[in-house]
Design a protein around this ligand. Structure first.
Ligand code: GDP
Length: 364
């Protein structure tokens, strides 16, 4: 599964968030499945309303959502890139994730220790960014040394050198690689480095209860600061999410949420947004046995999409029967879609669309 890492300074609410996700799944009337792989890693279902609607029509024996792996990366502190507080280990953990949830403290509470003085979400964000940028700068400089020599004789290395130098300047200016807007071909020059600041990011503004619908001056400052990056800020109260998550009975949850004028846990929003951040699409298979969501990258063709179910499906691919999600909902069943000419037969070149209901035909 794809991995999303939770990062942030100490005492901003990372573990509270991680526990909310994990408890929400452990509770009896859980909204999602969650399984703990180790104390800091868990697999969580991605809530998808479309899957629920399909299941209402098909009434399958089971529903299988797609999942994300959530990793709680504790221990990032000022100086981490220089090895402070096991910094290198934690930075290494970030290297492995596909996207980052950066939790930022936007609540006041004198009982919760803070080493960085007055609450300041923008400077908190910059502290973490700086550590990641310094680490990336190290990786870039190492590769630059090698590439500089080769660039004298090798035109490909010369092109790479140019990209590396642009990255270096960007990082030296205190900016992240993701904001550099590299073209796809240019990105291949740094692909082997797994740069930390190239990974997509979204921010959680962890606010107090009173501000969870409106935000506060801290979350507003953060939102303003990340505007240029085009990054999303999710305003939520992690403590409250953890409380909701601990409740066993669905009725209790609903009553509690109603009291706080919430229509769903903010966690759902967060998980959906994290999934979006990965730039993935979902297609469905819908039979009486199961309705299931499958994750693919945008632009994948039918045989590649089939390989997510089974590698043999790709090799033996013959054709796919495809129904658009809206058509399935409108006509209510595969048979009705077929009768109304909404079931298409597609070949090897078909690019699977988000929400498609697929049925693959293949040779084994
Ligand atoms: P981490 O170090 O980032 O993992 O932070 P924790 O999740 O362990 O939280 C540190 C402390 O802050 C704990 O005592 C939490 O109960 C508290 N905390 C977390 N979120 C909130 C919040 O939204 N409001 C308040 N007042 N306290 C919070």
């Amino acid at each position: 599964a794809l991995q999303v890492g939770i990062v942030g300074l100490p005492n901003v609410g990372k573990s509270t968030l991680f526990n909310a996700v994990s408890n929400s799944a452990k509770a009896q009337a859980s909204n999602y499945r969650f399984c703990t792989i180790d104390p800091n890693v868990g697999l969580v279902d991605v809530p998808d309303e479309r899957m629920t609607k399909l299941a209402e029509l098909v009434k399958p024996n089971r529903i299988v959502p797609t999942q994300l792996e959530i990793v709680d990366i504790a221990g990032l502190v000022r100086g981490a890139s220089k090895g402070e507080g096991l910094g290198n280990k934690f930075l290494g953990n970030i290297r492995e994730v596909d996207a980052i949830i950066h939790v930022i403290r936007c609540f006041e509470d004198e009982n919760v220790l803070r080493e960085e003085g007055a609450i300041n979400p923008v400077s908190d964000k910059e502290i973490i960014d700086t550590e990641l940028q310094l680490k990336d700068l190290e990786s870039i400089e190492k590769k630059l040394q090698r590439t500089e020599k080769m660039a004298k004789t090798d035109p490909k290395a010369k092109a790479e050198l140019e990209v590396l130098l642009r990255c270096k300047t960007q990082l030296e200016q205190g900016k992240s690689i993701r904001a550099l807007g590299l073209e796809k071909e240019e990105r291949t020059a740094i692909a082997d480095l797994f740069l930390l600041t190239e990974k997509p990011v979204l921010y959680v503004a962890n606010v107090d209860e009173a501000s969870m619908h409106t935000g506060n001056k801290y979350s507003e400052a953060l939102t303003e600061a990340v505007k240029a990056e085009g990054a999303q800020v999710i305003v939520m109260n992690n403590t409250l999410e953890a409380q909701i998550a601990e409740m066993e009975a669905e009725d209790d949850k609903l009553m509690f949420m109603e009291e706080y004028k919430m229509t769903e846990p903010a966690l759902n929003r967060l998980i959906r947004s994290a999934y979006k951040l990965l730039n993935l699409d979902t297609y469905f298979t819908a039979g009486v046995q199961e309705v299931r969501a499958w994750t693919i990258h945008k632009g994948w063709k039918a045989p590649q999409a089939a390989s997510v179910i089974h590698t043999d499906f790709e090799k033996g691919f013959i054709k796919a029967e495809v129904i658009a999600y809206e058509d399935f909902i409108k006509y209510g069943s595969e048979a009705a879609c077929r009768d109304n000419g909404k079931l298409r037969i597609e070949g090897k070149e078909y690019i699977v669309k988000d929400g498609d209901i697929m049925h693959f035909r293949f040779n084994v």
